[in-house]
Each structure stands twice: as structure tokens, then as C-alpha cells.
Write a protein that binds this ligand. Structure first.
Ligand code: 5AD
Ligand code: SF4
Length: 440
């Protein structure tokens, strides 16, 4: 047998890209590739890209520029661009960077093995179709290798919401849910390989409506309840959700499904009704706050996480104050915040833009508040007994690191192996993590 060829994949952006990169690397296995950690030794480099903000998209071109030298030294090196920049820019990528051999969109990467073979013969190959066939079905079943204790599992892709700032409906296409039986098969397979915690992924994961074995569409709550029947699966999470798709059963599941972890990422983007309307968010400040109340009534200790955009076109100081007031009301345990970034082809791109300096100041103010809240929630864990899934060894001798039910990183001294579930009493809250003593 010939030596395996080496594949280096660099992943940008969201967790769905992390999942897609795993699947792409597995798909290229039969073409003779093994995955390596450095581009220097690679025979093929694949950038799995993100188009959500301008900075993310521009990073791809600067990274490609850096590979020029490698390609000059090693003319057989193949360079591919996958993901949402590939989808959005297609041929333009090869025009700007002629050394790119292959461009593949997020809906067509099951065709990667054939594309790689063509590229190997010197062709330039592009596929940014939204094909009829289900890419997950076409992908070879996943190899049976042992895995770490946590895994992502994509159950839904695409988005029909068309928020005025967002490229996702264009790059990932219309909303599609995978059938229940395939999700269950994949979950069982992951669990057999050592996975104890699965995070269900989708751009709009709580809009999940996959076909069930009874021929009817199942909701995400129903899927979660079914998954929780898998014995050795200990924890279930899901992300990212839209406020309008939080149905009653999903809220109830947070109260009565033990394996569903007390953490919910529920982006609101802005606290101003005027801006929410301009964003085409189809919920308002009040409906979001009432929703949070209902979720907290079902699961009082749930940790709420969110996404915020500051400096959306036409955002005034008063609009921004409304966002700050909403944050104060909700008390987030975690949040991601961004300056609005103009995305070509989206409705908001055409509108009056907020000055960069104003965006910068608002982002700093918002992040300071979020940091305080995050810290307060984390500090409130001290003295509590929490469940921790141990993931890996820490830096100190005898130290292990895991995640609590609320997704805080926890350090502890223990002999327990990765994949073990421990009861831990939290004794300290540091800048980015907790420390605790194993009590069972
Ligand atoms: N500018 C800034 N942030 C954006 N997001 C999506 N599109 C943009 C944009 N054009 C943010 C939203 C979303 C998260 C994934 O990225 O907050 O929830
Ligand atoms: Fe983008 Fe999320 Fe809005 Fe869909 S719901 S358009 S993915 S921000």
C-alpha cells in the first residue's frame, strides 16, 4: 500500500463548520488521506470558511496568500476552499487566488472525493450547487474509530428567516431537517465510539421538523426525548435557536428531560423594537423577555446565552440604551457580540451606516456589561455541587478539565478518565474557568 497522503483542514466560524470539517476529512479517507495538524507537511490544504462578517471572509484571502510559498515549493500541493465563502464567492476565489484548485460549497461536500480526484489530474473544480440528494446520506458511514467524550451532530441546516443583516439564508440555503432515523443512527454510532455528550446543531436548530418513523414531522423536543433513551448518552445540548421557534414542548423539555443540559443560546441581537423590526427579526423585546421568563419557570437555573449586534444601520444611542437595558434584565451567563458588518446582497447593506467609532464605543460598553454578568453567574457557582463531564488532562500534574452542566470549564484533581461524569463541589471562580473538588 502506498503511504497515506496528508490533509490539513483549517476551520473558521461556527460549530457547524467544525462538524463539516470532520465529515470532509472522513469523506477523503477512502481517497487515501489522513488528517494532519500542520499545513507544512500537507498534500492537500482545505480551508473551511465563514462568510458571516467581513473580517471572517477576508481572513481566507490572507490565509491563502500565506500558502503561496508552500505551493511554489511543492507544486503537487492541492489547495481547496470549502464552506460559506466558497458558496458566496465561487469562481471569484480562483480569480483572486489562481493557485486554488478546488472550491466546494457546504451543500456539496459529499462530492469532494470525486472533486479531489479531478483536481489531482490538474483540473480546477468548482461545485457550489444545492443538490437534490442528501449529502449526509451520500457520505460514507463514519469510520468506527474511538472518539472523545463530546461530539457535534448536525440535524438541521439553512435558514428561512432572512434577518436583514445575515448571509446564512444565501450561503446555507433554505431550511432542511434530517430525518429522525438518520439522526438516531448517527447518535448511536457516536455513543458506541465513546461519546457521552451530543450537541445538536442547526442554524435554526429549534425549527427542526425532521420526518419521524411514523411518517410525521417531529419537533426538536420530540427528537431530544427520543435521544435521551440512548443509555450511554449522558448529556444533550442544542444550538443555535431562534426565539420564535421555542415551542411549549421544548420549553417543557428543559424542565423534565434530565439529559437536556441547563444552557440555552437564544440570540436576540438588539433590545430596541425599532431596530428589531428593521432587522426583520419577527419578535420584539417584550416577547423575548416573556419567553425567557417562561424558560426560567421551567428550569430556574438555566444559563442563558445570546448574540448581539451593535451599530446596525440607523441604530441611535437610545436604541443602544434599550439593548443595554434588555441585557440588564436578562442577566446573561454568556454572550457573543459583534459590530454590524456590511454583507453584500443583504437588505441592510444598502442602508445608512453607523460610524465605525460609534460602533467601537458601543461594543466596548456592551462587552463590559456582559463580562460583569458572565463573571457574576460564574462566581455564583462557588459552593455549589455541579455535574462535570471530564474531557481531557489539564496542564498541572494530576489535573483534569471538563465542562459543567452549565458549560463552564472546570479544573479538578482526579484520577477519573475522560468520559467520566463526576459530581464536583466548586471551590473557586477564576477569569475563564472554575475549580472544584470531586465528591463523587
Ligand atoms: N454583522 C455582524 N454580526 C452578524 N451576525 C450575523 N450577521 C452579522 C453581520 N452582518 C451575528 C449574529 C448571529 C451570529 C452568528 O453572528 O449575532 O447571531
Ligand atoms: Fe441569520 Fe440566524 Fe437570522 Fe437565520 S435566524 S437569517 S441564521 S441570524
Amino acid at each position: 500500500m502506498s503511504d497515506p497522503r496528508k490533509l490539513y483542514i483549517k476551520t473558521y466560524g461556527c460549530q457547524m463548520n467544525v462538524y463539516d470539517s470532520e465529515r470532509m476529512s472522513e469523506a477523503l479517507g477512502p481517497n487515501g488521506y489522513v488528517t494532519v495538524d500542520s499545513p507544512d507537511e500537507a498534500d492537500m490544504i482545505l480551508l473551511n470558511t465563514c462568510h458571516i462578517r467581513e473580517k471572517a471572509a477576508e481572513k481566507v484571502y490572507s490565509e491563502l496568500g500565506r500558502f503561496k510559498g508552500l505551493k511554489a515549493e511543492k507544486p503537487d500541493l492541492k489547495i481547496g476552499v470549502a464552506g460559506c465563502v466558497a458558496q458566496a464567492e465561487g469562481e471569484e476565489i480562483m480569480r483572486r487566488q489562481p493557485m486554488v484548485d478546488l472550491v466546494v460549497g457546504p451543500q456539496s461536500y459529499h462530492r469532494l472525493p470525486e472533486m479531489e480526484a479531478k483536481a489531482g489530474q490538474g483540473a480546477k473544480v468548482i461545485d457550489t450547487d444545492f443538490p437534490e440528494e442528501d449529502k449526509f446520506e451520500r457520505l460514507k458511514s463514519r469510520p468506527k474509530a474511538k472518539r472523545g467524550p463530546t461530539a457535534f451532530l448536525t440535524v438541521q441546516e439553512g435558514c428561512d428567516k432572512f434577518c436583514a443583516f445575515c448571509v446564512v439564508p444565501y450561503t446555507r440555503g433554505a431550511e432542511v431537517s434530517r430525518p429522525v432515523s438518520r439522526v438516531l443512527d448517527e447518535a448511536r454510532d457516536l455513543v458506541e465510539r465513546g461519546v457521552r455528550e451530543i450537541t445538536l446543531l442547526g442554524q435554526n436548530v429549534n425549527a427542526y421538523h425532521g420526518e419521524g418513523p411514523d411518517g410525521r414531522d417531529w419537533s426538536l423536543a420530540r427528537l431530544i426525548r427520543e435521544l435521551s433513551e440512548i443509555d450511554d448518552l449522558a448529556r444533550i445540548r442544542f444550538t443555535t435557536s431562534h426565539p420564535n421557534d421555542m415551542d411549549d414542548d421544548l420549553i417543557a423539555a428543559h424542565g423534565d428531560c434530565e439529559k437536556l443540559m441547563p444552557y440555552l443560546h437564544l440570540p436576540v441581537q438588539s433590545g430596541s423594537d425599532r431596530i428589531l423590526k428593521r432587522m426583520n427579526r419577527s419578535h420584539d423585546r417584550d416577547s423575548y423577555l416573556r419567553l425567557i421568563d417562561r424558560i426560567r419557570a421551567a428550569r430556574p437555573d438555566i444559563l442563558i446565552s445570546g448574540d448581539f449586534i451593535v451599530g446596525f444601520p440607523e441604530e441611535t444611542d437610545e436604541d443602544f440604551r434599550d439593548t443595554m437595558r434588555l441585557i440588564e434584565e436578562v442577566r446573561y451567563g454568556q454572550a457573543f457580540s459583534f459590530k454590524y458588518s456590511t454583507r453584500p446582497g443583504t437588505p441592510a447593506a444598502e442602508r445608512a451606516q453607523v460610524e465605525e467609532a460609534v460602533k467601537t464605543a458601543r461594543l466596548a460598553e456592551l462587552q463590559a456589561l456582559i463580562t460583569d454578568q458572565q463573571r457574576a453567574v460564574q462566581d455564583s457557582m462557588v459552593g455549589q455541587e455541579v455535574g462535570v463531564l471530564i474531557e481531557r488532562a489539564g496542564r498541572l500534574p494530576g489535573q483534569m478539565v471538563g465542562k459543567s452542566d452549565h458549560l463552564h470549564a472546570v479544573h479538578m484533581q482526579t484520577d477519573l478518565a475522560p468520559g467520566s461524569l463526576a459530581r464536583v463541589r466548586i471551590v473557586e471562580s477564576g477569569p475563564n474557568s472554575l475549580a472544584g473538588d470531586v465528591i463523587g
